[in-house]
Write a new protein. Structure first.
Length: 134
């Protein structure tokens, strides 16, 4: 750094750091999505009795997107996991997370549990596990 500073002084170079955009602050993962957000719309539809595939069709979004929206509310505790993942599956997901130590990525969990477990169920199980084990 000293060499660069010396070179800049010798050649009358001015800093352009003031042109650099400030870094965006990371959002806290477990913060509740905004009331008017697309995630909230998905939650409201789910709470109104629509299934995840029905919400996806009505909103012209992928099923996985709706699952991600709902998983955000599982993470905050605003949506009980039991409404989304059967108890026996949740127990297996949590057990696999504990055994493997893998609490972030769903693919390694799916590789172990197999195709009887959807990525959405695993994603929600991961959010539930992280919230319960803070």
């Amino acid at each position: 750094l000293k060499v660069i500073e010396q070179y800049a002084r010798e050649h009358n170079l001015q800093s352009k750091m003031h042109f650099k955009k400030p870094k965006r602050e990371k959002k806290e993962r477990a913060s509740k999505p905004a009331a008017g957000s697309t995630m909230q719309v998905s939650l409201n539809m789910f709470n109104d009795g629509l299934s995840i595939p029905e919400i996806a069709v009505q909103r012209s979004l992928a099923t996985s997107t709706i699952e991600t929206h709902l998983a955000a509310f599982v993470a905050t505790g605003d949506l009980p996991i039991e409404k989304l993942v059967p108890k026996d599956k949740l127990e297996q997901i949590v057990k696999t997370i504990k055994v493997t130590g893998q609490a972030t990525a769903s693919k390694p969990i799916r590789d172990i549990l197999g195709e009887d477990y959807s990525y959405g169920e695993i994603r929600m199980g991961l959010e539930y596990y992280r919230r319960e084990n803070k």
